[in-house]
Design a protein around this ligand. Sequence first.
Ligand SMILES: *Cc1c(COP(=O)(O)O)cnc(C)c1O
Length: 385
Amino acid sequence: MISYGRQSINEQDIEAVNQVLNSDFLTQGDMVTTFESALCSMTTADHCSVTNSATSALHLACMALDVSTGSLVWTSPISFVASSNCALYCGATVDFVDIDYHTHNISIEALRIKLDALDKAGRKLPDVLIVVHMAGLSCDMKAISELSIQYGFRIIEDASHGIGASYQGKPVGACEYSDLCIFSFHPVKIITTGEGGAVLTNRKDLDEKIKRLRSHGVSRDPDLLSCTDPWYYEQFELGFNYRLTDIQSALGVSQLTRLNEFIEKRRKIARQYFEMLPHEHFELPNVGGSELSSWHLYIIKLKCADNREASRRSIFSGMREKGVGVNVHYIPIYKQPYYQRLGFSSQYCEVAERYYQGCLTLPLHPSMTDQQFEYVVDSLRELVK
Ligand SMILES: *Cc1c(COP(=O)(O)O)cnc(C)c1O
């Protein structure tokens, strides 16, 4: 099966991990800070905390912004469930803002209308907005940031797909228009640490809180402690063990040196798909534009027709039968049984529904060969004939 995404591990990556395995510290050693510094340099963000997953990174990002019972958090329905679960962990209420059909990102227009309606009705406005850079294409952060100033909410970027992408000439993760930005290092994402994530921010106060919360809420900082005994530590908050190991961090440092190579290859495949796929049957993601995607996913949409849902189903099954691991990203979060029990209607967001009926993810990853690429294109052409 040609999978829709997978890791690329080379000898350099393996050697980096081996070195840590032969060293004194497997966790809480130097590699963690080395990885964090490398992520800061790459993104230009001032602070970085790596975590054992993007899900924990999102949880800590919400906690850093004091999301708790009574808070309202908005996000996009077309994302992985973790983008909204993180707010539920904190006891907050979650709501969804519909997407833009073409970018697959949160719709600025829908966001503006929803904010304006609630504001006029004197209802509660969101405390935090979690935006998702779908497939690695940055949301329009400047417009979102302007709305955040007007309506007074905080912004977390879920850039699980977005490491290596850029927005207005700056790397995603620079946090120019957000409070915090998170990355995922799951093997299917752009670079990997096995499992892993990171939170980037330009705010020192948020970073300090995140670093404490990822390690049980405990501090050994002499300035904070009430006692000078050398063995002393104090727990200030209810934290977690969300740490990334040195083994994983070493892999991350090595993978990060290969980021440009990965992104180049992904962009090349995306351009080739745009040239080779039948435009009469599918809407293809736009390759140009100033917002340079990292191309975590290549998502095509069947053009609207009466039998669209059935066609997608048969193309999906046909591709899988031919050994092409197509996928669907994502089922709108509010359709999940857990979210249905929270009271969301099954057709809650109109555009997300239309998107979900016709979307299909094609294989795209740096270790994909030309033969595999051609096989995917030929298989798809055959099925739509
Ligand atoms: C993968 C993903 C996550 C969760 O990442 P983990 O590192 O697996 O916890 C969160 N949000 C989005 C959009 C993702 O794609």
